[in-house]
Design a protein around this ligand. Structure first.
Ligand code: PMP
Length: 399
C-alpha cells in the first residue's frame, strides 16, 4: 500500500465499520421476461430493484431503433451539440417531447444528473434562493451547490415550512422551488398543487423532477404534473429516459425562452458530447411506446397496489400509495444489509439503501415493481420477506 494513501485507507475503514461501503453485483444476464429476472453469480433472481418500470429496456422495437440510428448516424455524437454534434435526429426527439409535454420547447441532456446540475446552475446564481425538499435527489442538491445560490432545504413535503422559508427570504433576487414529483427512495408524491400556489403567492419559479413519474403517470405517461393538470404552470419540467423509458438520457420542457437560455448557459450541455445516436433512436421509439401502450402503466400501478397490500397484510408498515417504489424501512445499516443478503439467498434482488442516499437511521430495502411481474411472483416475494423478518427476529438481529 502506497503510504500516500493511508488517509484513504483510514477513511474507507471508518465507512466499512459503519456498514456504509458500497459494492455492486455483476448481472450476468438480464433479458429474461422483460428483465423481471436477472442472473447474478449463476443464480436467477426476481428483480425487485429496477427502475425499468414498464419493462421497455428489452423491447426489441426499441433495441432495433437504436441499431438503425447507429447504422445511419454512426456510433458517437462526435462533439457537443454546439460544435456540429447536433444531428437532425436530436431535433426530432425534442419536437416530439415538446408535443407530448404540451410545452413550447424541449432540450435533451446526457442524463438526469447532468440535466439537474446544468439547469439549476444555469437558472439560479449568486443572490438567488433555491428552496429544495429535504428528500430531493442528489443531482438537485449538487445543482444548487454549483449554482452558488443560497440553499434552503424545507422539511419533506412540509408546505408550512416552505412558506416560512419563502417569507423569511423574500428579499432574494430570484426564488426557485425545486422538487421531485415522485420521491426516488420513498415512493411518495410531492404536493404539486400547493407548490404551484406557493410559487404564485411568493413570486417564485418552480422546477419539477419527474424522473420516476415519466412513463408511469399521466394519460400518455407525461408525468404527475399532467395527471394533476398543472403541467402548463410549472416553469421547468424535467424527466429522464433512464427509468420507465428503459433507455438513457434526460430532458427538460419549458417555455421557449428558458430552452433558448439553457442552450447557451447550461454547462453540462455546452461542454459535453452529444448522446450517441443509438440512444436517441431508442428514446424516440420508447417515447412512442410510452404514449401508446398504456396497458403497461396500468399493470405497473396494479402491481404497486398489490405488492403494497401484500406487505401490509403481513404486518409491514407500507404507505398507502400507488407508486412502484416501495421502501421497507428497517433503520439500522447492518440489519438492512443482512436483510438484503438474505433476500438474495432466497432468490430476490432488492438492495439496501443507506445514508447518505437516505437520512441517518432510515436505511431501507427499496423494492420496485414492474409491469411484467406476475401476482404469483409478488406473493412469493412477500412470503420470503416475511420469513426473513421472522428469521432475523429469532436471531435477535431485528427488534
Ligand atoms: N432525478 C431523480 C429523482 C432520480 O431518481 C435520478 C436517478 N436516480 C436522477 C434524477 C438522475 O437521473 P440519471 O440516472 O438519468 O442520471
Amino acid at each position: 500500500m502506497n503510504k500516500r494513501y493511508t488517509w484513504l485507507e483510514e477513511e474507507y475503514d471508518s465507512l466499512r465499520k459503519q456498514s456504509l461501503t458500497r459494492e455492486w453485483n455483476t448481472v450476468e444476464s438480464a433479458s429474461d421476461r422483460a428483465g423481471t429476472w436477472i442472473q447474478v453469480e449463476g443464480k436467477p433472481l426476481l428483480n425487485l430493484s429496477s427502475n425499468n418500470y414498464l419493462g421497455l429496456a428489452h423491447d426489441q422495437r426499441i433495441v432495433e431503433a437504436g441499431k438503425k440510428a447507429a447504422e445511419e448516424w454512426g456510433a458517437g455524437g462526435t462533439a457537443s451539440r454546439l460544435v456540429h454534434g447536433n444531428y437532425a435526429l436530436y431535433n426530432v426527439l425534442e419536437q416530439q417531447l415538446a408535443l407530448w409535454k404540451e410545452r413550447e420547447g424541449a432540450l435533451v441532456f446526457a442524463n438526469g444528473y447532468q440535466a439537474n446540475t446544468g439547469v439549476i446552475a444555469a437558472l439560479a446564481g449568486r443572490g438567488d434562493a433555491v428552496f429544495s425538499d429535504r428528500l430531493n435527489h442528489a443531482s438537485i442538491v449538487d445543482g444548487i451547490v454549483l449554482s452558488r445560490a443560497e440553499h434552503f432545504r424545507y422539511r419533506h413535503n412540509d408546505m408550512d415550512h416552505l412558506e416560512f422559508l419563502l417569507k423569511k427570504h423574500h428579499g432574494a433576487r430570484r426564488k426557485w422551488i425545486v422538487t421531485d414529483s415522485i420521491f426516488s427512495m420513498d415512493g411518495d408524491k410531492a404536493p404539486l398543487l400547493e407548490l404551484v400556489q406557493l410559487r404564485d403567492r411568493y413570486d417564485a419559479m418552480l422546477m419539477v423532477d419527474e424522473a420516476h413519474a415519466g412513463g408511469v403517470r399521466g394519460e400518455e405517461g407525461q408525468g404527475l404534473c399532467h395527471e394533476l393538470g398543472i403541467a402548463g404552470q410549472v416553469d421547468v419540467l424535467m424527466g429522464t429516459f433512464s427509468k420507465a423509458f428503459g433507455v438513457y438520457g434526460a430532458y427538460v420542457c419549458a417555455d421557449e425562452i428558458i430552452i433558448r437560455y439553457l442552450m447557451t448557459k447550461a454547462r453540462s450541455l455546452v461542454y459535453s458530447t452529444a448522446l450517441p445516436p443509438a440512444v436517441i433512436g431508442s428514446n424516440l421509439a420508447a417515447l412512442s411506446l410510452v404514449q401508446t401502450e398504456s396497458w403497461r402503466r396500468k399493470a405497473v400501478r396494479q402491481n404497486a397496489l398489490v405488492f403494497r397490500q401484500l406487505l401490509r397484510s403481513r404486518g409491514f408498515t407500507v404507505d398507502e400509495e400507488d407508486t412502484p417504489i416501495i421502501p421497507l424501512t428497517l433503520g439500522e445499516n447492518e440489519w438492512t444489509l443482512q436483510f438484503s443478503k438474505r433476500l438474495r439467498q432466497r432468490g430476490i434482488a432488492a438492495v439496501a439503501i443507506r445514508p447518505p442516499t437516505v437520512p441517518e437511521g432510515t436505511a431501507r430495502i427499496r423494492f420496485t415493481v414492474m409491469a411484467a411481474h406476475t401476482r404469483e411472483e409478488l406473493e412469493w416475494a412477500c412470503e420470503q420477506v416475511s420469513e426473513i423478518r421472522n428469521e432475523l427476529h429469532k436471531g435477535g438481529t431485528i427488534s
